[in-house]
Design a protein. Structure first.
Length: 139
């Protein structure tokens, strides 16, 4: 598990997710690590991601676990936040996104940032079963 460039994983996120318009990664303490925006806009987006995650965590839950994901629907776009033990990632999307796909992309980005990219690649498996006609397959 080596160091992963936070800016590179955000660039990859924008390439794979046509629904994400801008995104930022912050540490759990609120330090901006990377953003797809520049200068003051990047700082504002990072601060918003941190505030949303912190506020949701402060509200608490019956299980006393931290927030894992959050969606805020606005009139013209949606804001999504996902976090792991070390980082929070947030993004602004196009109107009416497919929420499950956005959360999957954000969580995949967090796993890549943590160096767990191997978990994202499906392991090849041998087919052991019947063929389409219902007979046994040969190996």
């Amino acid at each position: 598990m080596g160091l992963v460039d936070a800016q590179a994983v955000l660039t990859d996120l924008l390439e794979v997710s046509g629904q994400v318009e801008v995104a930022a990664i912050v540490t759990r303490e609120g330090e901006l690590m990377a953003s797809t925006m520049t200068d003051d806009d990047a700082i504002a987006l990072g601060a918003s991601v941190h505030r949303l995650a912190s506020t949701a965590n402060a509200i608490g839950s019956p299980t006393d676990q931290d927030l894992l994901q959050l969606q805020v629907t606005l009139q013209e776009e949606c804001v999504f936040v996902a976090q792991d033990a070390d980082h929070a990632i947030g993004c602004v999307t196009v109107p009416h996104p497919t929420a499950g796909l956005v959360f999957y992309d954000l969580k995949s980005t967090l796993r890549r940032l943590a160096g767990d990219a191997d978990e994202l690649v499906p392991k090849p498996m041998a087919w052991e079963g019947t063929n389409e006609e219902g007979g046994e397959t040969s190996s």
